[in-house]
Design a protein around this ligand. Structure first.
Ligand SMILES: Cc1cc2nc3c(=O)[nH]c(=O)nc-3n(C[C@H](O)[C@H](O)[C@H](O)COP(=O)(O)OP(=O)(O)OC[C@H]3O[C@@H](n4cnc5c(N)ncnc54)[C@H](O)[C@@H]3O)c2cc1C
Ligand code: FES
Length: 349
């Protein structure tokens, strides 16, 4: 079930002229429910014109801080991000879903060298990961490459400076500005040459254990491809996308007919008949079944379920590995049925 609780906003902090941080008050009895791993996100639900809007926001605070904070950047023309920046204040209450996500830093006792490439609001999960890496072992190091238009639009600039002072021997930041020339910062966007400069030149002696990438799809592809070209194994590269590409759903165009679907959710089983041009999640929601979802664009992981009978194919998938798909896992917001019957289990994931 897409369970959520009404949480009160305890603080709204202006991070830049176009971004705010919201901190939620988590009552003692819900502390376990809202405990999270560095890098995870929460989904905020908001009623708009009789419909429920859902938006995912990465948690920027470290798990150890005891705080649940997200940073929201205003998107020009955006619905919730503009509302959040212009209207939300301390004391307001929002429905908040439980923390989720696979873009996480798992703490271990071994020494870790971690690098992150972030752009714009893509810094939010990286803040939580950076702080967690640095505090979890006195030998851990963290290299942050952070792209923005200019210093004024740089979210968490002050917090990053504080971390730099606190961990001066182990935390290194390379700013990249596309619209400002600053001493010690690179000019332009994060691209192949930036990655090569960082891993082959500035930190060539560092044997990185993991790379975390968060930002526009273009940046993620450029960084990931360059890392792989430099011999970094794909399992060391973790990425999180905030928006899905606008590709047409070509799969839907070529599908015909109907499928009888059996859905298991919270130990209950529901039956429905759906058009194969539809995606499973939409058909399930049309029946008022409270299935979990957030982005509806194939970039978070909230809607994952397991196919236990029949076949379905995803229009797009940037989350599940080939092995997980072979095991039957599926993003229901992208899944079109291919067989006359399909059984989908949200509980077995
Ligand atoms: C896992 C995950 C984590 C995320 N974490 C963060 C985070 O930490 N911080 C953060 O700021 N964001 C984050 N996001 C993005 C966030 O969820 C929202 O997508 C973002 O805030 C925009 O929402 P919105 O309602 O303001 O914009 P929307 O109303 O959804 O619009 C998005 C954009 O599309 C344009 N648009 C809308 N409708 C149309 C239309 N009909 N035609 C053309 N263009 C249109 C708008 O102008 C806008 O630029 C995350 C997303 C995911 C999936
Ligand atoms: S709802 Fe985000 S991947 Fe399906």
């Amino acid at each position: 079930m897409s369970e959520s609780h009404a949480l009160k906003i305890s603080a709204v902090d202006q991070l830049t002229p176009n971004a705010v941080a919201l901190t939620f008050e988590v009552p003692q009895e819900l502390k376990d429910t809202y405990s999270f791993k560095a890098g995870q996100y929460i989904t905020l639900k908001y009623p708009l014109n009789g419909k429920e809007l859902r938006r995912a926001y990465s948690i920027s605070s470290a798990p150890s801080s005891g705080k649940l904070t997200v940073g929201i950047k205003k998107m020009p023309g955006g619905t919730f991000s503009v509302f959040a920046n212009e209207n939300l204040k301390a004391g307001d209450v929002l429905e908040v879903m439980h923390p989720e996500g696979r873009f996480v830093f798992e703490q271990t006792s071994d020494k870790k060298h971690v690098a992150a490439f972030a752009a714009g609001s893509g810094i939010t999960p990286i803040m939580s990961i950076a702080e967690t890496v640095l505090e979890s072992n006195p030998k851990n190091t963290f290299v942050l490459v952070f792209g923005n238009q200019n210093p004024e639009e740089t979210m968490y600039f002050k917090k990053i400076q504080t971390l730099k002072e606190q961990y001066s021997e182990r935390f290194f930041v390379q700013y990249v500005y596309s619209r400002a020339h600053e001493e010690d910062a690179l000019f332009g966007r994060i691209e192949r040459s930036t990655v090569n400069f960082v891993i082959k030149n500035k930190f060539k002696e560092t044997p990185f254990d993991a790379f975390y990438l968060c930002g526009p799809e273009e940046m993620i592809h450029a960084v990931s491809d360059t890392l792989k070209d430099n011999g970094v194994s794909p399992d060391k590269i973790h990425f999180e996308l905030f928006t899905s590409s606008d590709e047409e759903d070509e799969l839907a165009e070529n599908l015909e007919g109907k499928t009888k679907v059996e859905v298991t959710l919270d130990d209950e089983t529901f039956s429905l008949v759906m058009d194969r041009k539809q995606v499973v999640l939409d058909a399930v929601l049309d029946e008022d079944i409270d299935a979990p979802y957030s982005c509806q664009g194939g970039v978070c992981s909230t809607c994952i379920a397991r196919i236990t009978e029949g076949k379905a194919e995803m229009a797009k998938n940037q989350i599940l590995t080939d092995g997980e798909v072979a095991e039957g896992l599926i993003l229901t917001c992208q899944a079109h049925p291919l067989t006359p019957t399909l059984k989908v289990d949200y509980d077995d994931v």
